[in-house]
Design a protein around this ligand. Structure first.
Ligand SMILES: *Cc1c(COP(=O)(O)O)cnc(C)c1O
Length: 381
């Protein structure tokens, strides 16, 4: 076994974990010669539906899922959508793509999920929806979010890109809630290369999305599932080329069957990190219950005594990659104009967050090494 003291290979922040089974599945699609949206997409949707116990519409990526979900429930020009500022740019871009304005909200510092008391202050007559981001796989104050939405008649579009496989009260995320959107991009909890899906009980939303992912062509989905197409058709709504291909679905089907394997590994890694950092007063971990949360990322808060740039540089010099999830969106030029208020928690913390390597191929040897390198750094402060 390799010594802990030095690593001669980079420990990556995140990565896709693929086996021969995914490769064989893709080869089969290539051999068959139909690469578009067909039987594999149908099977992937069915398998997702069995797990999530509701109907599923797959799309080309998670951003498209959010965009279509918004459009499918009639959110558009001049509407406002409440969303935490600390999220991937995709949440904001999906909202602005729909024509609506993302309204940046603050976060709770223990979980990095939306602070409902802050969101309440940002309500206007134009507010139509709230987009809770399940940051790192954590649902935050889920009941409070839904109570708030009910009180003001808002749609809830969950950005569950990080939360595939998370459970709450023994129920898997996606099996409950108004509209839930997942991403299957290369580094998410499961991948289909790129990809995403929308899950809901609202058949109106799902059937709108089914058409809108195929340029708005009415009922084209059923035809494609039979390897047919619509040559004469009707279009009522603006649509997009947002459907998934059979190559992607073939990868997704295999990855979905490996969810349990990935879950055990991801949860275990996060638990070990949590345990190891208990003794380091320069590192604050988030409060998450890994019996429920399936962690997509492992962010920690660095003490103000640490210059993040130096910390990242030091770790990289030791072959450890780190990331920042995320720089706040309300500070970007495109969204700055909507920055009516100072986001207290967000601005107090965003320069001190950093994410450590988390993916199913991280070994306990890797974790020991990472923790030791961080201790070397903090011991010299
Ligand atoms: C990955 C991600 C998305 C978008 O998913 P893509 O598949 O990359 O388009 C949206 N929101 C969050 C929080 C994400 O991490």
């Amino acid at each position: 076994m390799q010594k802990n003291s030095e690593k001669n290979r980079l420990i990556r922040l995140s990565k896709s974990v693929l086996s021969e089974i995914e490769k064989d599945a893709v080869k089969k699609v290539l051999d068959e010669g139909y690469l578009g949206m067909g039987t594999n997409v149908k099977i992937f949707e069915n398998n997702l539906s069995v797990l999530l116990k509701r109907n599923v519409v797959t799309v080309v990526n998670g951003t498209a899922a959010l965009h279509l979900a918004l459009q499918s429930c009639g959110i558009g020009k001049d509407d406002e959508v409440l969303v935490q500022s600390i999220t991937y740019l995709a949440s904001f871009q999906a909202i602005s793509a729909s024509g609506a304005n993302p309204i940046p909200c603050d976060i709770n510092l223990d979980t990095f999920t939306i602070d409902i008391e802050d969101a309440r202050k940002r309500l206007t007559s134009k507010t139509k929806a709230i987009m809770p981001v399940h940051y790192g796989g954590e649902l935050g104050n889920y009941k409070q979010i839904y109570d708030f939405a009910k009180e003001y008649g808002l749609r809830v579009i969950e950005d569950a890109a990080h939360a595939f496989g998370t459970v709450r009260n023994n129920q898997i995320v996606g099996s409950f809630g108004d509209i839930v959107c997942f991403s299957f991009d290369g580094i998410k909890n499961i991948t289909s290369g790129e990809g995403g899906c929308i899950v809901s009980d609202d058949e109106n939303v799902l059937s709108y999305a089914r058409d809108a992912r195929l340029l708005g062509v009415k009922n084209d989905t059923e035809k494609r599932f039979q390897s047919k197409r619509s040559w004469e058709f009707e279009v009522v709504n603006q649509g997009w080329r947002y459907h998934m291909s059979d190559i992607m679905a073939a990868i997704g089907i295999v990855q979905l069957s490996r969810l349990e394997e990935f879950s055990i590994k991801r949860r275990n890694i996060a638990k070990i990190y949590d345990y190891k950092f208990k003794q380091n007063k320069f590192i604050t971990t988030l409060s998450r219950n890994y019996d429920e949360v399936l962690p997509h990322i492992y962010p920690v808060i660095l003490s103000k005594k640490i210059q993040r740039k130096d910390f990242q540089k030091y770790l990289l010099s030791k072959n450890i990659q780190t990331g920042i999830h995320y720089q706040p969106n309300h500070l970007l030029k495109l969204y700055k104009k909507q920055n009516f208020n100072f986001l207290k928690n967000t601005e107090s913390i965003y320069k001190n967050i950093i994410s450590l390597p988390l993916h199913p191929e991280i070994t306990s040897d890797d974790i020991n090494y990472i923790v030791k390198v961080i201790e070397e750094f903090t011991n010299n402060l």
